[in-house]
Design a protein around this ligand. Sequence first.
Ligand SMILES: [Zn+2]
Length: 109
Amino acid sequence: MKECRRCHKMKPLEDFHRRYGSKDGRNSYCKECANEAVREWRRNNPEKAKKHAQTSYLNNIDRRREYGRAYYASHREYYAAYYKKWSEEHREEISERRKRYYRIRKESA
Ligand SMILES: [Zn+2]
């Protein structure tokens, strides 16, 4: 059991968020109070909270974009080889489709 520094209730350790680097590895506020403290901080710092939300959103977008790029870069050869193989296997089908496409274009022109 541990006493919450905010509501001063004795609560089991599981009711405290993990916090590495602290003496017992747990937050000094219980989860309920930690949530309440965040809510209060947001209420008192609406501008900061907004900016914070925006930057973490933008950071996430950047990270996601980075990830996509890295994924594609590391699989580029795989995709290129896959497409090459596919187009070789479907050469007739592709040329057939192309012919049909041009025919339609000619007929409708
Ligand atoms: Zn508390």
